[in-house]
Design a binder for this molecule. Structure first.
Ligand SMILES: [Zn+2]
Length: 334
């Protein structure tokens, strides 16, 4: 059975957009076996790690299932949502998380990133162990072994390059589709009270509750100046950590995409794309960060390249982020 596979080798190197759409249509259809939410959460996890791949388009399981564990924890523990198509049963990963919660007496108010680093690590490892066997082979089978290679021993997945490019080009709509189908599944197999605003819950399930660790780090290097207007920000409460490429597109928090902004720039920019002149400034800024010994081995900085940021900028624009923003005080115009 395909979902028990330990190693999967890709059968095709080139896929047309039409072929990839048909795989997605299959995964989201009733023909695909979706007795749990695993496949939806795996696709969400790949999407959120799209720019965390190395130059061979490989993603390690720790990153992939780090996202998976976070999403699952927030759905199961924080939102109390059942993840299997039977009301009186629980999915395997759901059981792992609920057991962990009970053993350590963790209140349901705690979202994943509020847990200690040790707890997060332990949970990710448990989830990884289970998903390796149950999840990696399932989508692989659904797509006729075409979208990725995986190796459960080396714990790495390598994305097909046409599939990767497809996900970049259609990232936003794929995100909408996945969230929609996940929400639909959850609505069907949960009590009505728990599914209030279900789509909003699903859309925000990956969001960090606080970007404070990034704030501490960035202000220690940049003395609290706004990245966009260069104004000195005097009070901590008026300094915001801003996703240069909007969070609603990247759905991830990499240091190389985060800057400190004053509140008027942050609120003005909101979900828009900053003017392209800031792209080069950020590339230079990231070059400076990479020169710092203590930062260059961070997992997000290790895989960063200027090209990645340029691609992300280009693709966010192609995915509909066409409103370009400039701070008021620069004197530049669009
Ligand atoms: Zn500013």
């Amino acid at each position: 059975m395909s979902h028990k596979l330990q190693v999967g080798e890709m059968r095709a190197s080139y896929l047309t957009d039409k072929e990839i759409w048909s795989h997605f249509n299959y995964i989201f259809s009733t023909k695909s076996k979706n007795s749990t939410t695993y496949k939806f959460v795996l696709i969400k996890s790949i999407l959120e790690n799209l720019y965390n791949v190395n130059e061979k388009l490989e993603l390690n399981y720790f990153q992939l299932f780090g996202s998976f564990a976070k999403i699952y924890w927030n759905l199961v523990v924080h939102h109390d949502l059942n993840q299997i198509n039977m009301v009186d049963k629980k999915s395997e990963v759901q059981k792992i998380l609920l057991d962990f919660q009970m053993k350590h007496n963790i209140p349901k108010e705690f979202v994943f990133d509020k847990l200690s680093d040790e707890f997060q690590l332990e949970i990710i490892n448990k989830v990884k162990r289970k998903c390796k066997v149950n999840v990696m082979g399932a989508i692989f089978g659904d797509t006729e072994s075409t979208i990725y290679d995986f190796d459960n021993e080396k714990e790495v997945v390598r994305l097909n390059s046409s599939y990767y490019s497809f996900m970049q080009r259609f990232q936003r709509v794929l995100n909408y589709l996945t969230n929609y189908h996940l929400a639909l599944f959850l609505e069907k197999f949960n009590e009505q009270d728990d599914t209030t605003n279900i789509l909003i819950k699903v859309e925000n399930v990956s969001k960090r509750s606080s970007l404070d660790q990034f704030y501490q780090l960035l202000t220690s290097y940049y003395e609290g100046r706004c990245f966009y207007c260069d104004k000195l920000i005097k009070k901590k409460s008026s300094a915001h950590v801003d996703h240069f490429i909007p969070w609603s597109f990247v759905q991830a928090d990499q240091l190389w995409n985060l800057v400190i902004a004053c509140s008027s720039c942050n609120l003005g920019k909101s979900d828009k794309l900053a003017h392209i002149s800031f792209l080069d400034i950020l590339i230079d800024r990231n070059g400076e960060l990479l020169n710092k010994k203590e930062l260059k081995n961070r997992s997000d900085m290790k895989i960063y390249t200027p090209n990645k940021l340029q691609q992300l900028y280009e693709y966010s624009n192609e995915n509909g982020f066409t409103d370009i923003w400039l701070p008021k005080s620069t004197g530049l115009s669009i």
